[in-house]
Design a protein around this ligand. Structure first.
Ligand SMILES: [Mg+2]
Length: 164
């Protein structure tokens, strides 16, 4: 099992069009909790602008979230004007495959972006997609995420932050 991401960046806004072109990535699968929005479901203007800019450059964006809070995901999807699949059960392959089918891209041209190694990254690696780990927006976490953080920290300590 491959646990390491292909790239590690501090935040989604560091994913530039140059970076995506360099790695031949045409579509991004975006995690929501602690990747796009914080614990209080708030999205910053800078994330909003980043998503709009990439869309404008022709990058396909798609929300792939494990949450069962459909209203939250619907609001974000509407706001950004992008498709979503919630209750995706990452790291299982099913959700990634559905997203890939919707996007109509090859797996090597798709990147998953998320803050969790054990869901976002491992699932993406299993589907042979490019995997981008970002730091969680908040230090505060949901109780079901908390236990994994020390392990992630240890893995991250071996990673170098990629160039934007
Ligand atoms: Mg997350």
């Amino acid at each position: 099992m491959k646990i390491y991401p292909d790239a590690y960046l501090k935040q989604v806004e560091d994913i530039s069009i140059e970076f995506l072109n360099k790695h031949k990535i045409k579509a991004l699968l975006l995690d929501v909790d602690n990747t796009l929005v914080d614990y209080t479901k708030k999205m910053t203007d800078s994330v909003r602008k980043w998503a709009k800019d990439l869309k404008g450059q022709g990058v396909k964006l798609y929300i792939l979230s494990n949450t069962n809070d459909k209203t939250k995901i619907e609001n974000i999807s509407k706001e950004l004007g992008i498709k979503y699949h919630n209750f995706a059960m990452k790291p299982l392959k099913k959700g990634y495959k559905k997203a890939q089918k919707d996007l109509g891209e090859k797996s090597e041209n798709i990147a998953i972006v998320g803050d969790q190694i054990f869901t976002d990254i491992i699932g993406g690696n299993r589907c042979h997609m490019f995997t981008i780990l970002v730091d969680p927006i908040n230090e505060k976490d949901f109780w079901y995420t908390l236990w994994k953080r020390p392990i992630e920290k240890r893995i991250k300590s071996k990673l170098k932050i990629n160039e934007k």
